[in-house]
Design a protein. Structure first.
Length: 495
């Protein structure tokens, strides 16, 4: 009950419900007769503790996605539409926990007590709520931070065939946020239970569960939950961003989301289009991706960064769903099956990868030292192809090949071992000055793995100077040069 201001008379709060009847049930979609003023995304009580969400309309009926056991429904049963959207629980209590697409906990922890409940389907924040994207997001993957840098609030897509290390890049980005006051949300979508167990195990071993929420809709979950899971994840992230927190969201993977929506659309009797996907697949996934951003103080002051994963077939980046998703994002990281087979880790082809806005926020020292890496590597791959067709190469071509091998050696990185920004500066400086060109591969590997520890002892204050630097100054160059000279004197490579 409530009261008017200044009135002692209590007033009843009116709750409006519309009635209808179940006309037909097709697997997880119920066709309802009635509910004349219901809206898309509205909650429907189907009886027997089964809820549903309005997914669409035709001339006479309402199409409702059943959330729960559709076998408990009966034709002709009366249903009611509640005048509110479907909401899920959100809040700090979800951090370190695992929930499904409906916000129900699926781990064995204590009951989750939410701070709030938010609708799954929300409008993307308007332009007036957004701020300039001006903060760097370190992922810990050397190739990404040096050549394809990410910014807080951007949307980045990881593209590649199966088993090329896409999830590893995303998980390393989560692991690298440890101690950075960043909330991470990992959305496991359409993957097997064994794959989910591996992800949870990695996050637990690396101590990343302490700041990560996991939302789950595995391949065994109902297709409706697989469709809703990314939107639930976005609502969880929005809660933290609206309270000034920075959030990193990983969707693994959005190709499975498109598959789920295709199945759902066929049940909704929507006409199929290209590759049997419905005509509004682009609109549906754009609704999701536009919810990322960097927000101003009036809208909470937080940020939501999306890393989406999409699967390609035999390296085809022009597939329907991959090309759709790429057009929605601010950049893409392309995984190469050929490089993966050759043992390159991570198998990122950065001649095809880009970040549209990340370069503006990359630390100045990193930006100055990595400016030629992409071009040098592109020349290396071109000369390498030509060298396979002839027995000898010119002196200039040999120099390019030596430099390319040094770049590949330095950028090699094992799974779940993120590299800090200072260590990346040391490696980038050595490459930029040609220190490693022509060096034996074992020596390059040793340098890559030990230079950070050596520099921490030889120049303890250098890391802080680099972190505070607004440009690559002569003094910083001199100190970096001194560290490398001392390292070479202590680890003279064999002839």
């Amino acid at each position: 009950m409530s009261k008017l201001p200044g009135s002692p008379i209590p007033l009843l709060r009116i709750k409006v419900e519309e009635k209808g009847r179940i006309k037909d049930i097709k697997e997880i979609v119920a066709r309802i007769d009635g509910l004349p003023t219901c809206l898309n995304g509205q909650l429907v009580d189907l009886g027997n503790d089964v809820k549903g969400i309005v997914m669409g309309f035709d001339q006479n009926d309402v199409l409702v996605l059943v959330l729960g056991d559709a076998g408990r429904l009966r034709l002709g049963r009366e249903v009611s539409a509640v005048s509110e959207p479907f909401r899920i629980p959100v809040g700090d209590a979800l951090i370190g926990r695992m929930v499904d697409a409906l916000g129900t906990q699926v781990d064995r922890g204590p009951a989750i007590v939410p701070q709030d409940r938010l609708p799954i389907m929300m409008e993307s924040p308007p332009i007036v709520a957004r701020a300039t994207v001006d903060r760097f997001l370190p992922t810990g993957t050397k190739i990404v931070d040096l050549v394809i840098p990410l910014a807080q609030g951007q949307r980045q897509l990881i593209l590649g065939d199966r088993m090329t290390g896409k999830t590893t890049i995303a998980l390393d980005a989560i692991i690298n946020q440890k101690g950075r006051d960043m909330v991470c949300v990992y959305c496991c979508l359409g993957k097997s239970l064994s794959a989910l167990e591996k992800v949870v195990s990695v996050l637990h071993e690396q101590g990343a569960l302490a700041y990560t929420v996991i939302t789950v809709a595995t391949d065994s979950a109902p297709v409706g939950e697989q469709y809703l899971a990314p939107f639930s994840t976005a609502s969880i992230a929005h809660h933290f961003a609206s309270r000034g927190r920075n959030v990193l969201v990983v969707f693994d993977d959005l190709t499975k989301h498109a598959w789920a929506y295709r199945q759902l659309s066929l049940l909704l009797d929507r006409p199929p289009g290209r590759e049997a996907y419905p005509g509004d697949i682009f609109y549906v996934q754009t609704q999701l991706m536009e919810r990322a951003g960097n927000f101003n103080e009036a809208s909470g002051g937080g940020s939501v960064t999306y890393i989406g994963i999409a699967e390609t077939l035999q390296g085809d980046l022009t597939g329907y769903i991959p090309s759709n998703l790429a057009s929605m994002c601010d950049g893409q990281i392309c995984m190469s099956g050929t490089m993966f087979a050759e043992g390159v880790r991570p198998a990122i082809d950065f001649t095809l990868s880009l970040s549209i806005i990340g370069g503006r926020v990359q630390p100045p020292v990193l930006k100055a030292l990595s400016r030629t890496l992409r071009a040098d590597y592109a020349r290396y791959t071109e000369i390498l192809r030509l060298s396979k067709l002839q027995s000898t190469v010119s002196g200039e071509s040999e120099r390019i090949l030596k430099r390319g091998r040094a770049i590949l050696g330095v950028l090699q990185q094992g799974a779940h071992h993120p590299v800090g920004t200072f260590e990346q500066v040391l490696l980038a400086y050595a490459l930029d000055r040609g220190w490693l060109d022509g060096m034996p591969t074992p020596w390059v590997d040793e340098f890559r793995d030990s230079i950070a520890a050596f520099a921490a002892e030889a120049a303890p204050d250098l890391a802080d100077r680099v972190a505070r630097a607004e440009a690559l100054t002569t003094e910083i160059e001199r100190m970096l040069e001194s560290v490398l000279q001392a390292y070479r004197a202590a680890h003279e490579p064999e002839a």
